[in-house]
Design a protein around this ligand. Structure first.
Ligand SMILES: [Cu+2]
Length: 68
């Protein structure tokens, strides 16, 4: 089990948080998603087949790219 936290500048309201959580949880291997509106971060707990690459590519696809 792996956990990563990304900074996501596009998070601006509760709708963003909901979108990120509901989209990411659909990705095979993702076990848990928390997103914080105030901090503009998302914390994702995952196992294979999910990996950082697939998570970041999904975030980009839904227009919430992780900044690094
Ligand atoms: Cu929003």
């Amino acid at each position: 089990m792996n956990t990563v936290t990304y900074s996501i500048p596009n998070i601006s309201c509760g709708h963003c948080v909901h979108t990120i959580k509901s989209e990411l949880i659909e990705l095979p291997g993702v076990r848990a998603v928390e997103a914080d509106m105030a901090l503009k971060t998302a914390t994702i707990t995952y196992d294979a087949p999910a990996d950082e690459e697939s998570i970041k590519s999904l975030l980009k696809e839904i227009n919430y790219p992780a900044s690094e």
